[in-house]
Ligand binder design. Structure first.
Ligand SMILES: [Zn+2]
Length: 328
């Protein structure tokens, strides 16, 4: 089986973005060390809107110029070590700004691409793709929507074709969430390792231009989330996130996961990593050709790094760890 370890390279989008060192540089360096140790490659979906704003505000803010230098050096390392950089778009950066030593993140009516007009969507996606392709000297072909909000896809279809974005990895089958910011519904997505689609990410179309590599998903029990929250409180050195920012709030979500079975990603983030082997076995049982695992450097914990290391150690000779770059 092909296993794709994919990381969304981004800060936090809540009341505090957190620091570049704790959310990006340090955890990503630990990921790159694992990549090197076992010679397994990873895909980093880089939040390009952040890079563009960083460049803009670094001109007048020395601390941001330092952040920018660190991030650019790390992205260079990612590429030189044979790992892949692909396109991740959080369009709320369009209206966000830096003032008095802090990022002010503006997400209202600008969290997802669907919040913008057709003309604005074209400008944003073109700009972001051009920016990352120029920066890396490579052509991105894979996309992950910020906050998984890729619907409705018909608004992006022609633009993506024009830009030769052929792969999407935003869907996680079963997932559904609607709030002031988020809006996605993957309850009807094909439960397959990958599939072709054309106008709707949840409808398979054998002749479709695009290929969906869905993020593997799992139906988590309320007990799982009780454990997750309790362990974080009891053993912070093991289970506290390494990133030092605050998540964008998802009203109602905590109550929902603590009382219902809910679909969510197969992930290396924090306590989710405890499910990696179980989920892998489930993919093997279904004879899946591919398994996409998501993670965020900011959400890694000392615990999840240990579990991830064991997972790679146990599986890197049995399975092929691949990146989206290799699918060209
Ligand atoms: Zn993201």
């Amino acid at each position: 089986m092909n296993i794709f370890l994919t990381y969304d390279y981004e800060l936090f989008f809540g009341e505090s973005t957190g620091s570049v060192d704790k959310c990006l540089i340090e955890p990503t360096n630990r990921l790159l060390n694992l990549s090197k140790l076992f010679n397994v490659k990873m895909t980093f979906f880089v939040d390009v809107g952040y890079l563009i704003k960083l460049k803009e505000f670094a001109i007048d803010n020395l601390e941001l110029a330092i952040d920018q230098q660190k991030v650019l050096e790390q992205l260079k390392c990612i590429i030189e070590s044979g790992n892949s950089i692909q396109l991740h778009i959080h369009p709320h950066w369009e209206n966000s700004f830096y003032e008095d030593g802090n990022w002010h993140i503006i997400t209202d009516k600008s969290y997802k691409l669907d919040d913008f007009s057709d003309e604005e969507i074209r400008r944003i996606v073109r700009n972001y793709k051009y920016f990352i392709d120029t920066l890396t000297g490579q052509k991105t072909t894979a996309f992950r929507a910020g906050g998984w909000c890729i619907q409705p896809f018909y608004r992006l279809k022609e633009l993506f074709k024009e830009l030769e974005i052929t792969i999407d990895s935003s869907v996680f089958p079963g997932g559904k969430f609607f709030s002031l910011h988020y809006d996605f519904d993957f309850t009807n997505a094909p439960n397959k390792a990958k599939y072709r689609f054309e106008s709707d990410v949840c409808i398979e179309d054998l002749d479709g231009y695009f290929t969906e590599y869905p993020i593997s998903s799992w139906r988590y029990s309320p007990l799982f989330y009780w454990r997750l929250y309790i362990l974080g409180r009891l053993f912070p050195s093991k289970h506290k996130m390494l990133g030092d920012g605050i998540f964008l709030s998802q009203p109602g979500r905590k109550k929902s996961v603590l009382t219902n079975f809910t679909w969510n990603h197969v992930s290396t983030d924090g306590y989710y990593a405890s499910k990696l082997n179980t989920c892998l076995k489930s993919c093997e049982k279904r004879n899946f050709s591919d398994m996409v695992i998501i993670g965020h450097p900011k959400s890694m914990t000392n615990y999840s790094f240990q579990v991830l290391e064991n997972f790679i150690k146990d599986n890197h000779t049995k399975h092929a760890f691949r990146t989206f770059k290799e699918l060209l």
